[in-house]
Design a binder for this molecule. Structure first.
Ligand SMILES: NC(=O)c1ccc[n+]([C@@H]2O[C@H](COP(=O)([O-])OP(=O)(O)OC[C@H]3O[C@@H](n4cnc5c(N)ncnc54)[C@H](O)[C@@H]3O)[C@@H](O)[C@H]2O)c1
Length: 315
């Protein structure tokens, strides 16, 4: 049975990855310090024989006993609210955490998959973004802590490939949403759905004309594991290329939920990107991957989850 270490395994994406790896017959060790993750996310997995949870901060040395076939480094604050609250921890998990997990993969001869982000393209001057675009990032702005940590992490991972021959894959994840996206983490989909659930006004930052592309978590995880199992080395975009304005997203949420909320506009945060859409031709060519869940269906499944969480008193 192949065995994977997933850092950030108690987070939103990490927990879905652990679940899908187990379903595909892997044994999984989830490593997480619970900074922004939660044991609730992995509660159902803990009964599984092939699943282990280790509470650990990966900015400290990472050691896991036994054979390991793959290290997936997903630990990092990810929502703007979180990385602005934890700027130094974000820089440390992207730098020291990446170094430590690369060291683990090298010691045990495992393949390595780094969770990177569309944020490495910054406020892009090229649209849509292809993997060979180098980005437009403000290194000293408030968001620089996240963008530059991920850019450093990519550079470090490629250095381990070039210097040590490590099998390195880098997934550049574009906005992903779905069940277990925390209701209060400030990302636009969770904001709108929970505001609609409460019949509160939907808050748009800016005039709502900025565009985003939203990928449902099942599609994202399928793409990530396709990349893990492929021979590809280096970065690959995995995200949904269907682009919507934030205003269109708000209108979709209102229509789907039937909420009577109005839409209110607030000032745009510093360095908020105006457009964001992946060019996924590489993933289509190498993995035969493309998203299958449309926005309507994904929003409905996520909204149903928030409703169930509300009934359990967790939202
Ligand atoms: N969700 C998205 O749309 C998205 C987009 C781009 C990139 N990503 C990347 O995917 C990864 C997971 O993001 P997410 O949305 O699941 O966020 P999340 O906050 O739900 O999960 C991150 C997890 O990492 C853990 N963590 C943070 N610092 C740690 C440390 N030092 N040691 C051990 N664990 C630590 C947290 O406790 C949490 O469980 C991140 O690397 C993020 O940058 C996510």
């Amino acid at each position: 049975m192949p065995r994977a270490v997933v850092t950030g395994g108690a987070g939103f994406l990490g927990s879905h990855l652990c679940e899908e790896l187990l379903r595909r017959g892997w044994a999984v060790v989830a490593v997480d310090n619970l900074l922004t993750g939660s044991l609730d996310n992995i509660q159902a997995l803990r009964a599984h024989d092939g699943f282990e949870f280790v509470e650990h901060d990966v900015t400290e040395e990472v050691n896991v006993d036994g054979p390991i076939d793959a290290v997936l480094h997903f630990a990092s604050p990810a929502s703007p609210r979180d990385y602005l609250e934890y700027p130094i921890k974000t820089l440390k998990v992207g730098s020291l955490g990446t170094h430590n997990t690369l060291g683990l993969a090298k010691r045990v001869g495992a393949r390595y998959l780094l969770a990177s982000t569309s944020e490495i393209y910054g406020d892009p001057l090229v649209h849509p973004q292809r993997e060979d675009y180098w980005g437009n990032v403000n290194p000293v702005g408030p968001r620089g802590v996240y963008d530059e940590a991920k850019r450093f992490a990519e550079a470090m991972a490629m250095a381990y490939h070039r210097a040590h021959g490590l099998d390195v894959k880098i997934v550049r994840i574009f906005n992903t949403y779905g069940e277990r996206l925390r209701h209060h983490d400030g990302r636009v989909v969770s904001n709108f759905l929970v505001q609609a659930l409460d019949d509160k006004p939907l808050t748009i930052y800016g005039d709502g004309s900025q565009t985003r592309s939203f990928c449902f978590v099942d599609d994202e995880v399928r793409g990530i594991l396709g990349l893990l199992e492929s021979d590809w080395v280096g970065p690959m975009n995995i995200g949904n290329p269907n682009e919507f304005t934030v205003l269109e997203l708000a209108e979709n949420v209102l229509e789907l939920t039937g909420a009577g909320s109005e839409i209110v506009f607030e000032p745009l945060p510093v360095d908020d990107p105006k457009v964001r859409r992946p060019d996924i031709s590489l993933a289509e060519k190498v993995l035969g991957w493309h998203p299958e869940v449309n926005l309507r269906e994904g929003l409905r499944r996520t909204y149903d989850w928030y409703r169930r969480e509300r009934e359990r008193g967790r939202v």
